[in-house]
Design a protein around this ligand. Structure first.
Ligand SMILES: [Zn+2]
Length: 412
C-alpha cells in the first residue's frame, strides 16, 4: 500500500509511509480523527504557549492551550514524521506521510511555516477513496438525482458544478461520476491535485511547476480518445474554452468551477471568452452547491421561529414550519451540536429555451430571468427546506449568505 506523492515543495522529496509516527503526533491525530476533524492547526500564542485547534465539519474547535515547551516538542515531532531536515527551520516545508489507523491508512499532508513568533504547523488528513459519497448521500433531492441521471445518459454535453472553495464540489463531481458506467467508456480526469482514486478513470494531475498546466493537461487528454472528461477545477479562460469545445464536439464533460450560484457560473464562462453559442449548445446542467453542518439527531431540540425568520420563509415563498431544530450538544456529537455535513443545491437544467437565453447577448441575466420564471428553488430555498425538515439549523443556513430569490436584482 505504499503510496508516494509529489509535493508543492519538491526539495523535501516524496511522501512516506510511516508506521513509527512519533507518539505526540499520533496521539493528536487519533484524537482529531476520533472527533471527525479534517485539519489540525498548531499555533504559537503569546510568548509562552501553543494552541492546538481542529477543523471539524468546516468549523474550528479549539483544544486546551499547551505550554511553549510542549508545543515545540509537538511541532518538532511533526517535522520528524514528515521527514523534514531539522536545519531548514526558516523556510516553508511541505510533505506527506501515511498514518496507520484502525480504519486503514490515512494520508496526512504537513505544512510547517515560521511565523513572527515561532513555527506553526498544519496537518490535513486526506479522505481515503472509500469516503467518496454515494450520490444519494450528497443532499440532492430525488427529483434532482433523476434529472442528473437522465442528463448523464446523453452522449455529449457539459455539466458544471459550481460553488465557493470548501463547498464540496470535488466530492459531488466524483460522486456523480459513479452514475456513469465507467468500465465501458474511456474516462479521463484532469485534477489539481488528485484527491481520491477513481476506478476506471485515467487520472491526470496538472502540475504547472513541471510544465503541465491545467489548460495543457486538458488539451492533452483530449487527444487520448476520451468519452468522458472530468475537470476539477476550471480556473482559467483557456481551460474553460477547451472544456466547452470538447463538450460541444461529442464528449461528455463534468467540471467544477468557482462561482456562488448557477447564473454566476455561466457568467464566469462567458467572462472567460467562451463563445456564447458554444456554451448555449454544450451546457446541459449547472449544479450550484454550498455545504452546511447537519444538526445532531441525538440532541437537537425544537424551537419556535423568530418573527424575522418567519418573514424570511415567506419572502422565499415557503410556508414557515411550526418549529425548527436548535443545536444542543451531547456525547454523540462531541458536544458540537452538529454531526457531518450536507449539501444545499440549486440544479438548473438547460432546455432549448434556457440554451437560447445563454446564447443571447445578455446570457447570464436572461438565464436568471428564466430560472425565476420557472420557480427553480435557489440555494437559500433549498437551505430553508432542509431547516424545515430538521436536517440543519437556521444559524447554519444564514451563516452562508447564499443568494436567495428575494436578494436578486430585477431580471432583464
Ligand atoms: Zn449531539
Amino acid at each position: 500500500m505504499k503510496r508516494e506523492r509529489e509535493t508543492a515543495v519538491p526539495e523535501e522529496g516524496s511522501g512516506t509511509w510511516r508506521d513509527d509516527v512519533p507518539e505526540r503526533v499520533s496521539a493528536v491525530l487519533s484524537d482529531a480523527l476520533e472527533m471527525g476533524a479534517t485539519d489540525v492547526h498548531v499555533d504559537p500564542v503569546g510568548s509562552n504557549a501553543y494552541r492546538v485547534r481542529y477543523r471539524v465539519d468546516g468549523a474550528i474547535h479549539p483544544k486546551a492551550e499547551i505550554s511553549k515547551a510542549e508545543g515545540q516538542h509537538l511541532v518538532n515531532e511533526i517535522k520528524v514524521a514528515a521527514q523534514f531536515t531539522p536545519d531548514r527551520a526558516f523556510t516553508a516545508l511541505e510533505n506527506r506521510f501515511t498514518l496507520d489507523t484502525d480504519e486503514g491508512p490515512r494520508e496526512v499532508r504537513v505544512t510547517v511555516l515560521p511565523t513572527a513568533k515561532r513555527e506553526a504547523a498544519h496537518l490535513r488528513v486526506l479522505s481515503p477513496p472509500s469516503e467518496v459519497l454515494r450520490p444519494t448521500e450528497l443532499g440532492l433531492s430525488e427529483a434532482h438525482l433523476s434529472l442528473i441521471r437522465r442528463t448523464l445518459r446523453r452522449p455529449e454535453g457539459l455539466i458544471l458544478i459550481s460553488g465557493p472553495t470548501g463547498a464540496g464540489k470535488t466530492m459531488t463531481l466524483y460522486s456523480l461520476a459513479s452514475f456513469l458506467d465507467l468500465e465501458t467508456v474511456i474516462a479521463v480526469s484532469v485534477e489539481d491535485p488528485v484527491e481520491y482514486d477513481l476506478r476506471y478513470v485515467r487520472q491526470v494531475q496538472a502540475d504547472p511547476e513541471r510544465g503541465l498546466s491545467m489548460p495543457a493537461a486538458v488539451k492533452a487528454v483530449l487527444r487520448m480518445d476520451p468519452d468522458i472528461i472530468l475537470v476539477g477545477e476550471i480556473r482559467d479562460a483557456q481551460s474553460a474554452i477547451t472544456a466547452v469545445r470538447a463538450a460541444a464536439s461529442g464528449r461528455f464533460v463534468l467540471a467544477t468551477t468557482h462561482a456562488t450560484d448557477a447564473v454566476l457560473a455561466v457568467e464566469a464562462c462567458l467572462y472567460s471568452s467562451v463563445p456564447r453559442h458554444l456554451l448555449g449548445s454544450a451546457l446541459r446542467l449547472v449544479i450550484s452547491q454550498a455545504l452546511v453542518r447537519s444538526v445532531c439527531g441525538h440532541c437537537a431540540e425544537p424551537r419556535e421561529l423568530s418573527g424575522e425568520e418567519r418573514e424570511l420563509f415567506q419572502a422565499e415563498g415557503l410556508a414557515p414550519p411550526s418549529c425548527v431544530p436548535s443545536a444542543q450538544g451531547c456525547e454523540a456529537c462531541h458536544h458540537f451540536g452538529y454531526r457531518g455535513r450536507t449539501g444545499l443545491f440549486q440544479v438548473v437544467a438547460l432546455d432549448r429555451e434556457m440554451a437560447v437565453a445563454v446564447s443571447g447577448t445578455h446570457g447570464a441575466e436572461a438565464l436568471r430571468s428564466r430560472i425565476a420564471q420557472r420557480g427553480l428553488p435557489s440555494l437559500l430555498q433549498d437551505g430553508l427546506t432542509k431547516v424545515a425538515s430538521g436536517v440543519t439549523t437556521m444559524e447554519e443556513v444564514r451563516s452562508l449568505h447564499v443568494p436567495g430569490e428575494s436578494e436578486k436584482g430585477d431580471p432583464d
